[in-house]
Design a protein around this ligand. Structure first.
Ligand SMILES: [Zn+2]
Length: 409
């Protein structure tokens, strides 16, 4: 039986709305953990500085503060998305120069990476993971019957499996946020943002406590057996664990932008589902696992994402019929596409992205970027008696796909 909610509980839980998207503890966990997937280099070194962790955690929380009943302010929604985050990135670039050795610059970069972790996590979680839960594995009936909502239930589930997440001091750079929101054209007060962040701290405390009560937490955990059961599964597309690889890739593109070293063509894609060169992709057009998702490094101008610029080519170069959708529409990053006819058996397909796809602020993919997947089995490992069978990462058949369904905007 679900215990009666206290007022405090109601407040704590309602700070995580909308019902899609990651909860606060999940955001913190992703923002902390994804660093391990960065390549060694200056960004990883920056994000591994102990003093800066608290800035990244605060950034990974910050956007949802606008949904709190104590704020109800659109600053939160805007802070999720690349246009606002780009205004902040540009502010950092205008204030300091690479290689960003100034301690204050490094604090802002850590906070920016937290914001980016939050926004991109929500996009991947909703567009790739929760759609699987809704459409196939948990099903609409469970979604309709849910008392807590998927955001809260999955947040509890994450803490049950990975432990409660740290409650750190509030180090949000409020004065800078006021300045950047001004630049962005949406003036926002310091007080409202402070109330928002306080609400998120409450949510982390509440969910952490809840997760440590076996009886109470079990009710939440039972609501979405699949989504909760795979919450930290590295093999399920878009799970909070699996998405950390993609997030690290996206962080790298932000670092390159900070350093004026970003190539909008060569770095157009930060992650694909399935992975490049994977095998055993399901053929059934009606299966959610037959679908393909692409993480685009720049938030798009939706009008430029067209079927002549996004194609899936068979071995002879003939386009396979597909539908496509940017999951969150204009100014977002996750592209979902799926076959309208079954994929052919034992066939290698090439997904081609661009040229001509343009970001919201005018950066264009100049040449097609491609990746492949096969509906056939992976080749047998060589029977040479070698110590290693080779293949490694890219030979691992990853299940992937995506779907689209709802738009927050
Ligand atoms: Zn959010």
């Amino acid at each position: 039986m679900r215990p009666m909610k206290t007022l405090l509980a109601t407040l704590a839980l309602s700070t995580a709305t909308p019902a899609w998207a990651c909860g606060q503890s999940t955001h913190v966990w992703i923002g902390i953990e994804a660093v391990q997937y960065l390549p060694d280099g200056p960004l990883k070194a920056l994000l591994q500085e102990d003093d800066l962790l608290v800035y990244r955690i605060n950034g990974a929380m910050f956007p949802d503060g606008g949904y709190s009943p104590l704020t109800q302010d659109d600053y939160g929604e805007q802070a999720h998305w690349e246009p606002f985050q780009t205004a902040y990135l540009d502010w950092i670039k205008d204030t300091w120069d690479p290689p960003y050795t100034d301690p204050e610059a490094r604090q802002h970069i850590a906070f920016l990476m937290g914001l980016a972790a939050h926004g991109m996590a929500d996009q991947m979680f909703d567009g790739i993971y929760l759609t699987r839960s809704l459409l196939t594995y948990d099903g609409e009936a469970r979604w309709d019957a849910s008392v807590s909502g998927a955001d809260t239930a999955t947040d509890v589930a994450l803490c049950i499996r990975q432990g409660r997440q740290p409650l750190v001091e509030d180090v949000v750079p409020y004065d800078t946020m006021v300045e950047v929101f001004d630049r962005y054209g949406q003036p926002t007060g310091r007080d409202v943002m402070m109330r928002g962040q306080a609400s998120l701290r409450l949510a982390i405390t509440y969910i952490g406590n809840l997760s440590e009560d076996p009886e109470e937490s079990a009710a939440y955990d039972a609501e979405f057996p699949w989504a909760n059961g795979h919450i930290d599964d590295p093999d399920v597309p878009g799970s909070p664990k699996e998405m950390q690889v993609g997030l690290a890739g996206y962080w790298t593109t932000l670092w390159d932008r900070l350093n004026d070293d970003f190539d909008p063509t060569a770095e157009a894609i930060f992650q694909t589902w399935p992975a490049d060169g994977s095998y055993d992709h399901p053929t059934d057009a009606l299966s959610i696992e037959a679908q393909v998702s692409v993480g685009l490094s720049r938030a798009v101008d939706l009008d430029t994402v067209t079927t002549d610029r996004v194609q899936v080519l068979g071995p002879d170069g003939t386009p396979h019929p597909i539908d496509l959708r940017m999951y969150y529409g204009n100014g977002s990053n996750i592209l979902n596409l799926w076959p309208t006819d079954d994929w052919a058996d034992d066939t290698v397909y090439t997904v081609s992205i661009g040229p001509g796809i343009t970001s919201f602020d005018g950066q264009t993919i100049d040449a097609a970027q491609t990746f492949t997947f096969s509906t056939g089995p992976a080749p047998e490992p060589p029977s040479c008696g070698c110590a290693s069978t080779g293949g490694g990462l890219f030979a691992a058949p990853l299940l992937l796909g995506l779907a689209l369904i709802r738009r927050r905007r």
